[in-house]
Write a protein that binds this ligand. Structure first.
Ligand code: NAD
Length: 505
């Protein structure tokens, strides 16, 4: 496949040209830090073979990136740029990403394992579009005039926050980073982005693309590479004014700690989920409901934060729904994520696959019934990869680990209910509150239940809608703050209140 070959050719040149490391002020830091370089091997989850090494960024490198972002924010040409210049820059980034659509999609698939179709059709077009969306907002952010006492004029200014540390996970590597980069740059901030090391190639490539196209002044867009240590260095940097974090709930606590123990930088958190999907007895068009529920749960091989991993189905429909889901699961074809016939790629890395398998064992051990899957897929072509068959458990009780804990893989827990009250109680019964769905033909019930579900996003009669214009983010231990729409822009600005005495005294 041409896209994969192009991506592999670029990867071969990476180490040779010393570009497989942090990008600071438009330059790769690999050559500069060659003597202290700590390699991280990126493994292809489809065959277990090494793709290449990237160089982890030490604390010193993170400090350099943060200092470059601070310098560009305070003294570079960037703060003097007009709004129009920023609009042009964001639109150019989108255009360059589209120009490199095939290659970026191939890099995502090589490192993450999701099918090329998912990377190509979903992730890269969305990642490019979000720059255009936020380019359109740049001249539409207003302050207020405040109704204070006579003799004064009081108004607010919306200012950029400063250098922002953007930390993202490996499941939608480029897309989730662009959700943060686009609004941050739109509001005039500078950024230091930290992807997960396993999926860092697309971000390194984006840094190179932005540099080659001369889109941004030096220091505005920086990338650091690495895992826990690199992330901690970024959250603890005194040059960073804000961290926007997407990742696991427990890691989110470390991010908060890093902020609390350094300069109390602002923090937004998009964390884990264990979202419920309720099917009431009057749900219309059951086949479509089953289709959508299957897709929402198992696409991107179940590695999605808002996927509905707990299906709460009315007892009268239970057997029919489970039968439909099992039939779809059994048709799933694991295999080479670049092959057109493949419908499910490998899990992103080996340790993650093992964690999912442990959860599957815990479900069996705790007494749930595994009605399909429950094992690795080692069919021809899959032997060396990190494949897990789509797995469905029935008879899942609220106290079981597979009901309470985020598995982040192709594993669905099904629980039957009898009354609306019971369904709501089951749905709200975890520490998470990212998303929730419900299917019913009764509009009164839909509104009543949507109001009672303790989740940041509620989907009625179609699970998993998403649009840049609608806020994205969770309640409870699924996070703080919202992304998308005006909400991201608010989180990348600070509000200054200016008092103006009409008659000086
Ligand atoms: P993770 O928490 O392990 O890692 C996320 C990022 O944080 C990575 O870049 C990682 O290197 C970095 N990191 C790790 N330890 C750190 C530390 N101590 N300080 C600072 N940074 C650190 O998560 P993951 O395994 O990469 O991703 C899966 C998790 O992400 C799931 O819980 C999933 O639900 C969540 N997620 C949430 C959303 C959302 O929008 N709510 C979206 C996607 C994924």
């Amino acid at each position: 496949m041409q896209a994969r070959n192009d991506a592999l050719r670029w990867i071969q040149g990476l180490a040779k040209e010393h570009k497989n490391a942090a990008w600071i002020s438009g330059e790769s830091s690999a050559a500069k830090h060659a003597k202290v370089a700590k390699p991280f091997a990126i493994i292809n989850p489809f065959n277990g073979e090494k793709i290449c090494d990237v160089v982890e960024s030490s604390r010193e490198v993170v400090d350099q990136a943060a200092a470059a972002a601070l310098h560009a924010f305070t003294s570079g040409p960037w703060p003097k740029w007009s709004r129009g210049d920023r609009v042009t820059a964001l639109n150019k980034i989108a255009a360059e990403m589209r120009k490199h659509h095939h290659e970026l999609a191939a890099l995502e698939t090589l490192c993450n394992g999701k099918t090329f179709r998912e990377s190509f059709d979903d992730d890269i077009p969305e990642a490019a579009s979000v720059f255009e969306y936020y380019a359109g907002w740049i001249d539409k952010i207003y302050g207020e005039t405040c109704p204070v006492e006579k003799g004064f004029l009081n108004f607010t200014l919306r200012e950029p926050v400063g250098p922002c540390g953007l930390i993202v996970p490996w499941n939608f590597p480029l897309l989730l980073a662009c959700w943060k980069i686009a609004p941050a740059l739109a509001m005039g901030n500078t950024v230091v982005v930290k992807p997960s090391p396993q999926t860092s190639l697309s971000m390194i490539r984006l840094a190179e693309i932005i540099h080659d196209a001369k889109i941004l002044p030096p220091g505005v867009f920086n990338v650091v590479i690495g895992g826990v240590e690199t992330g901690e260095a970024l959250t603890r940097s005194n040059d960073i004014a804000k961290v926007s974090f997407t990742g696991g709930t427990d890691t989110g606590r470390f991010v908060l700690k890093g902020s609390a123990e350094s300069n109390l930088k602002a923090v937004t958190l998009e964390l884990g989920g264990k979202s419920p999907n309720i099917i009431f007895e009057d749900a219309k068009n059951l086949e479509a409901v089953i289709d959508r529920s299957y897709q929402a749960t198992f696409s991107h091989k179940g590695e999605k934060c808002s996927e509905p991993t707990r299906l709460i189905v009315h007892r009268s429909l239970h057997d029919k729904v489970v039968k439909g889901l099992v039939a779809r699961a059994e048709k799933t074809r694991c295999g080479d994520p670049f092959a057109e016939t493949t419908t499910q790629g490998p899990q992103c890395f080996e340790a993650h696959m093992r964690k999912i398998l442990d959860y599957i064992e815990s479900g069996k051990h705790e007494g749930a019934t595994c009605v399909t899957g429950g094992t690795r897929d080692t069919s021809p072509g899959c032997e060396a990869g990190y494949f897990i068959r789509p797995t469905i458990f029935t008879g899942v009780k609220p106290e079981m680990r597979i009901f309470q804990e985020e598995i982040f893989g192709p594993v669905l827990a099904v629980t039957a209910f009898d009354t609306e009250e019971e369904a709501i109680k089951i749905a709200n019964g975890t520490r998470y509150g990212l998303a929730a769905g419900l299917y019913t033909a009764d509009a009164d019930r839909a509104i009543r239940v949507a109001q009672k579900l303790d989740a940041g996003m509620v989907f009625v009669n179609r699970y998993g809608c998403y649009d840049f214009a609608s806020p994205f983010g969770g309640f409870k231990q699924s996070g703080w703050g919202k992304e998308m729409a005006i909400h991201s822009l608010e989180s990348y600005t600070r509000t200054k209140s200016v008092w103006f005495s009409v008659a000086p005294n």
